[in-house]
Design a protein around this ligand. Structure first.
Ligand SMILES: [Zn+2]
Length: 162
């Protein structure tokens, strides 16, 4: 899927689940979510944690906590309780192990960059950008890990290093 085709308002967990389903003919049984480990930048929100519970993920590993809506320990612990309260779920959700803190500082910086630049695909009206975006951009400058491999920035970085 081309980046321009990716909806800007869907949570990453749903994008990952839908991509797997598309690769396996729409069949959750063929995907085998119980064999899948999900790596995500930010702790899944409560809604996503419930969906992951219903799907029966093997494990979830995330970068930074989600202090407002986290469903894997920050606000609720859906990964430990399952999603049994979801009345419309086809079956009670399962529990799954979840760990946070993987490259946490980088995860926070990625999210700060994303939100400081604004989401051009977000519904209008959109909140105005603040001066904070300049500070985040300054922090991001010089972070070579932010450059996509093969990008012009990456080529510049390689040329500079050699
Ligand atoms: Zn979510």
């Amino acid at each position: 899927m081309d980046e321009d085709e990716i909806p800007g308002t869907r949570h990453a967990e749903f994008e990952a689940v839908d991509a797997l389903l598309a690769e396996h003919g729409g069949s959750a049984a063929r995907v085998g979510f119980d064999r899948c480990v999900l790596y995500v930048t930010c702790e899944p929100c409560i809604m996503c944690a419930g969906a992951l519970s219903v799907l029966g993920l093997k494990e979830v590993i995330f970068g930074c906590p989600n202090d407002k809506f986290g469903g894997n320990g920050s606000i609720l612990s859906v990964h430990e309780t399952g999603c049994g309260a979801c009345a419309s779920a086809p079956a009670p959700g399962r529990t799954y192990p979840s760990r946070g803190g993987l490259l946490a500082e980088r995860a926070v910086l990625l999210l700060q960059l994303f939100y400081s630049a604004g989401n051009p695909k977000a519904p209008k009206p959109h909140r105005p950008l603040s001066d904070r975006s300049m500070r985040v951009a300054a922090v991001a400058e010089g972070q070579s890990w932010l450059r996509a491999p093969g990008s012009a920035d990456d080529a510049d970085a390689k040329a500079t290093r050699s």
